[in-house]
Design a protein around this ligand. Structure first.
Ligand code: PEP
Ligand code: MN
Length: 263
């Protein structure tokens, strides 16, 4: 189902009021975690103004430490819905369990399966069942074939609306949080008709590297970007060091425009 051999045309699908596919570069931006309603609304208005069409925000956070902020869960999903109503933006939230899927499908326009759950096959079947657009992130140490098989799980459950997100993989390098595998974009473009999104924020963990890698991702043929944005990165409850403030995000959006026009 995900094999380009049998589906030569690039796939396009709607997410709320926007589209993901070959005819535009879709920008998904927002905080790593939804923290308060006020924070989320501020960020939603700012990212919309700079040109994002999908608001991202985690309500279920898969944190390495159980003592780190775990997310607001349903309360956070409700704030995402409020932000969507106020701004007209589509929304995406990560789901970490079948229970989270049941809640999230009522409040957001797209579901995200995070790197840590790429091979959680029961979760993949569950998001497949919803028929909602899904962003499937690459597992921390997953090969491209394993990743495509994970997409196949969602599609085999009856849901063809899957976009793949390259977010960096584990290598021996420690200067960046992960190593962004941009060649994966080129490989995927040959193997599958599914849209490909690149997340330079989680790939690097370093705010300064977001812009150059966003440009490179577009040059490689990515169909969109996921970029973390926070009103006050220094005090963010998660992923502050990689988050852009409003001014920085606006500048990145302006500076990537020529690359988008060339794509
Ligand atoms: C996220 O998008 O906030 C996230 C946790 O990403 P990943 O699954 O790529 O680590
Ligand atoms: Mn994050």
């Amino acid at each position: 189902l995900s094999n380009k051999k049998f589906h030569p045309e690039p796939m396009e699908f709607s997410v709320g009021s926007t589209k993901i596919g070959p005819n535009n570069i879709t920008i998904m931006s927002g905080p790593c975690a939804v923290e308060t309603e006020e924070q989320l609304l501020k960020i939603a208005h700012a990212v919309k103004k700079s040109g994002a069409t999908i608001l991202r925000g985690g309500a279920y956070k898969p944190r390495t430490s159980p003592y780190s902020f775990q997310g607001l869960e349903v309360e956070g999903l409700k704030y995402m819905q409020t932000a969507a109503k106020e701004t007209g933006l589509a929304t995406i939230c990560e789901v970490t369990s079948a229970h989270a899927v049941e809640s999230a499908e009522q409040y957001v326009s797209m579901l995200q399966v995070g790197a840590r759950n790429m091979q959680n096959f029961e979760l993949l079947k569950e998001v497949g069942r919803t028929g909602m657009p899904v962003l499937l992130k690459r597992g921390l140490s997953a090969t491209i074939d394993e990743w495509l098989n994970a997409a196949e799980y969602i599609m085999a459950a009856g849901n063809s609306k899957v976009a793949l997100c390259e977010r960096g993989i584990r290598t021996f390098e420690t200067a960046t949080r992960n190593t962004l595998d941009l060649s994966a974009v080129c490989v995927l473009k040959e193997k599958t008709h599914l849209p490909v999104i690149v997340d330079p924020s989680h790939a690097t963990g370093v705010r300064a590297y977001v812009e150059p890698l966003a440009k490179a991702a577009i040059a490689c043929g990515a169909d969109g970007l996921m970029i973390e944005v926070h009103n006050d990165p220094a005090h963010a409850l998660s992923d502050g060091p990689q988050s852009l403030n409003f001014e920085q995000f606006d500048s990145v959006m302006n500076n990537i425009k020529p690359y988008i026009e060339l794509s």
